[in-house]
Design a protein around this ligand. Structure first.
Ligand code: CTP
Length: 433
């Protein structure tokens, strides 16, 4: 099955918004400076989802963006300009006759420094206006007069969303190059259940962050492993390790933001699935191996970040191993797990393979030795005890031409840098990137 079909609903691409339960809070992935230098005009139209925009504004400003709010009269019935001004730190505009702009042309001037206009929530009426080029208030005129991208986040009752007129308008907006984010599906304020709910603020934030990211991996399909594995010894116990999965999840998010279709095979970790990433949960090394081997024919890049257990017990006890009267210590015999990275690298037509090495010392020696042993073009080395469970990391890139050290950074920043490094090294990098 192609990766695109398996994508979860956490995607910026409208056709993939199907499973509301998969849209989870992505706040933890957010980075303080991720949107530094970006200026967003946040246009609000009438709808109960206006309350969600207070949180979206906070997420955008926390990530370093400046936010200029413009509201329709209807939006001010749901949340006050006072609230939005307090959260955005800027005066809110509601009228095209607002004299605070020196030339009295807010419909032109407000968008000129914007990197994007985001309409959230976008009402049925506003979609119709946009699709037909109507401009009878500040926000609709601002959209027509814009010279930057426009992102629209619909929010409405399911019948209003499914109405043929709305669907015609949506098709027209897409044809006009306007990016639609959502809608989501689920319980609605009116008590009905169906399509039309606005995406949660965290999901809208993730889609905006993804929209602004350089697209170095457009058209690429990336398969990653992340987290530890868990090798059972009996129904209640097992052998695992201290990998948190944070680096692998950060790489999956960065690859998605770079435009790739991302399939993440994750060991047992409690992390939220990054926006737009398809996640497959596994427990054991063998399950991880099998999931990877099923998915690998569809991928261009394989990144093995998981801390895979090297061994498993050869017989898992059917029942909990109990202490015996004579206090005999149980003993186990082990068998070796498959080496997932080496198996992928050995394929007749392998994807571009990237390995990770978590060492406890002598990184320069072990890293290059491991890269050669696994037969991969790129291996990223780090010292395990200095990164396991932490939010930052320091890595060294090993490749045939030598080593490159990247400065210590938080895992999200590092992930972006690593994805850029991987994109540069793809055999046909200049064709797609
Ligand atoms: N790896 C794998 N399958 C395994 C073991 C490791 O895919 N059974 C991958 C990891 O995901 C990582 C790389 O191989 O990308 C190196 O993992 P690491 O545990 O550091 O190396 P090992 O081969 O297990 O060597 P050792 O534990 O002896 O250092």
């Amino acid at each position: 099955m192609p990766l695109a079909i398996r994508q979860q609903s956490c995607s910026a691409k409208p056709a993939r918004f199907t499973d509301a339960s998969a849209i989870t809070s992505c706040r933890r992935h957010q980075l303080a400076t991720e949107l530094a230098g970006k200026h967003v005009v946040l246009g609000m139209t009438g709808g109960i989802a206006c309350y969600k925009i207070a949180e979206l504004t906070r997420l955008l400003t926390k990530a370093g963006a400046t936010v200029q709010v413009a509201m329709t009269d209807a939006a001010t019935q749901f949340i006050t300009p006072v609230t939005m001004q307090a959260l955005s730190g800027r005066p809110v505009y509601t009228s095209q006759w607002d004299a605070r702009i020196p030339n009295n042309m807010p419909h032109i001037d407000l968008s000129r420094e914007a990197d994007a206009i985001v309409i959230a929530p976008a009402s049925t009426d506003f979609l119709a206006k946009l699709a037909n080029g109507l401009c009878d208030d500040l926000l609709s005129t601002l959209c027509i007069a814009r010279d930057c991208p426009l992102l629209v986040v619909p929010a409405m009752n399911r019948q209003m969303w499914m109405n043929p007129a709305t669907q015609r308008n949506v098709a027209q907006l897409r044809a006009d190059g306007i990016e639609l984010l959502g809608p989501d599906s689920g319980a609605q304020a009116c008590g009905e259940v169906g399509d039309g709910r606005m995406l949660e603020p965290e999901a809208v934030y993730e889609a905006i962050a993804s929209f602004f990211s350089p697209k170095t991996l457009t058209g690429r399909r990336v398969l990653l492993t992340a987290g530890p594995t868990f090798e059972p010894i009996d129904p209640v116990r097992g052998i695992t390790n201290r990998s948190s999965g944070k680096m692998g999840f950060a790489l999956a998010r960065a690859a998605q933001q770079a435009g790739a279709d991302v399939h993440l095979v994750a060991g047992p970790v409690g992390l939220e699935t990054p926006w737009g990433v398809y996640r497959e949960n596994v427990q054991t090394a063998q399950q991880m191996h099998d999931a990877v081997m099923r998915a690998v024919p569809d991928c261009d890049i394989f990144i093995g970040v998981a801390a895979v257990a090297d061994w498993r017990v050869d017989h898992v006890a059917d029942h909990k191993i109990k202490k015996t009267a004579d206090r005999a210590i149980p003993s186990f015999s082990f068998v070796e797990n498959p080496d997932i990275l080496a198996s992928v690298a050995k394929l007749p037509h392998p994807p571009f393979c990237v390995g990770f090495a978590a060492e406890s010392g002598d990184l320069d020696v072990h890293g290059e030795e491991k890269r050669k042993r696994k037969n991969v073009p790129l291996l990223i080395g780090n010292l395990g005890p200095q990164t396991f469970g932490l939010d930052d990391n320091e890595v060294v890139l090993f490749e045939a031409t030598g080593i490159t050290r990247l400065p210590r950074a938080d895992k999200q920043t590092l992930a972006r840098a690593l994805i850029a490094e991987i994109a540069k090294r793809l055999p046909d990098a200049n064709v797609i990137a």
